[in-house]
Design a protein around this ligand. Structure first.
Ligand code: ADP
Length: 157
């Protein structure tokens, strides 16, 4: 029997941006199922409540049968095992991302060699899009709509 290709795309998604959306749309053909999973365990305190972040992503992919949305508060690699995922999906923007991601992926592999980390390079024009900058613009009352998936109004969730 051919094993189903299940990927976990973990992140804070605080909030979910066009950069995240781009990684998902390019991964849809690669996997049978993608679980977008919000790690609620991170030391980072979030700007948007977990429920709001989940609801935005659920709304975006409500018609996409291959995508599930979940949250977890244990190790990402343990969450992969729990949901039967054999791939971990991450995006790479910069060389700083690479150094950080390399260490995590190698440690994860030491903990569970059944899970392969797959990296997609960012689409060039989306390299500068990141949740931290979006939050900073919001704090100063700026318009972030161009950095969010189209049709997403943060006040609606
Ligand atoms: P984390 O706190 O785990 O880094 P993020 O929500 O910031 O969570 O990011 C989740 C994933 O999405 C990471 O793999 C990150 O590299 C990727 N990502 C974020 N922004 C972009 C972007 N503009 N282009 C490509 N990948 C991105």
């Amino acid at each position: 029997m051919i094993q189903k290709k299940i990927a976990v795309f973990p992140g804070s998604f605080d909030p979910f941006t066009t950069g995240h959306q781009n990684i998902i749309s390019r991964s849809l053909d690669l996997f049978d199922e993608i679980i977008i999973a919000i790690g609620a365990h991170s030391q980072k305190t979030s700007h948007f409540p977990l429920e709001k972040r989940l609801n935005i992503i659920r709304h975006l992919y409500k018609d996409e049968g291959k995508i599930k949305v979940d949250d977890y508060d244990n190790l990402t690699i343990d969450f992969c095992k729990k949901v039967g995922a054999n791939y971990l999906l991450r995006g790479l923007r910069t060389s700083a991302d690479f150094e950080y991601e390399r260490a995590i992926a190698q440690v994860n592999r030491k903990m569970n060699d059944q899970v392969e980390t797959v990296f997609l390079l960012t689409t060039p024009e989306l390299t500068p899009v990141n949740s931290t900058i979006v939050r900073e613009i919001l704090r100063h009352g700026g318009d972030v709509s161009q950095f969010l998936p189209s049709g997403i109004n943060l006040d609606d969730f």
